[in-house]
Design a protein around this ligand. Structure first.
Ligand code: ZN
Length: 280
């Protein structure tokens, strides 16, 4: 099942067509995409029975973020060894490096993002959407707590992120629009192997990052087990699982996003986001 946010309304998605959930369910489910996780199991059972025969075409402009107000958004740093190495960290990271992206940074998969400076970087990531309350979850049970997967960009203002005696990851990664997600959430059963998905991003067609999630230092189940040993994970929460090598900061010379550029970000089996940039 694929679901998302079309014109602010919860929708099942099939290619370029969408089925409005509130209408198709005769009002059983609210149109607000933010309410779906309160009744996740019921919605999942209903959604998987739908045929989408009555789905109608939608435009990219009508697509909003599939998760609109998660209670918590986790970001994981340095979770691919090749990216840790390009960031100057050769030794194994002893525990996941965790930060938050504040929820006001969430935006849609085709949105235009304002650049607050000339040092904003790209990070394509697989994003996990939690479906069931998770506390002290074992790795072998972790996937059953996931509602689905989506594509994310962990846009990062590197000057703020790395400034001062204590880096400010959460602020540097939380300007408005710095967390594009979408274009849809895809449930775990749709993937032959959810632990091995290709992900990549390109800037105006030039491939910048190209990796596979099997190379995550901490896999999705390991991240859920680790985070839930400390913090309860709530339905609708997001986990940005980390970015593969190829960020702009690590390039010589360094490269960053510029006004007018289009950043395309994709994960196998989910889809492609296309975000454009304007100067602040
Ligand atoms: Zn990241």
């Amino acid at each position: 099942m694929r679901f998302g946010n079309i014109n602010g309304r919860l929708s099942l998605i099939d290619g370029a067509k969408a089925l409005d959930v509130e209408k198709a369910s005769d009002g059983r489910f609210a149109p607000d995409p933010g309410l779906v996780f309160e009744r996740w199991e019921e919605f999942l059972a209903w959604g998987q029975r739908q045929t989408l025969d009555d789905a109608v075409p939608f435009t990219p402009e009508s697509v909003g973020p599939p998760v609109v107000r998660p209670a918590q958004v986790f970001g994981i740093g340095l979770n691919y060894q090749a990216h840790a190495s390009e960031s100057g960290i050769q030794e194994a990271v002893p525990a996941p490096a965790v930060f938050t992206k504040f929820v006001t940074s969430i935006t849609g998969p085709y949105s235009r993002v304002t650049l607050p400076s000339d040092t904003v970087d790209w990070e394509v990531e697989l994003v996990v959407v939690i479906g069931r309350h998770a506390k002290d979850v074992r790795t072998e049970d972790a996937w059953s707590h996931v509602a689905g997967l989506t594509v994310g960009q962990d846009l990062s203002e590197r000057t703020i992120q790395l400034s001062g005696p204590v880096p400010q990851f959460s602020l540097g990664k939380s300007y408005p629009g710095f967390a594009p997600i979408g274009p849809a959430v895809v449930t775990v059963d749709e993937f032959a192997d959810p632990d091995d998905l290709a992900l990549s991003c390109d800037l105006d067609g030039e491939i910048l990052q190209d990796g596979r999630t099997r190379d995550l230092t901490r896999s999705v189940p390991e991240l859920i087990a680790y985070l839930s040993s400390i913090v309860p994970l709530l339905p609708g929460d997001l986990i940005f699982t980390g970015t593969p090598a190829g960020v702009g900061m690590a390039r010589r010379p360094q490269r960053f996003l510029t006004p007018g550029a289009t950043l395309n970000s994709r994960v196998e089996g989910i889809g492609t986001m296309s975000n454009t940039f304007v100067s602040g």
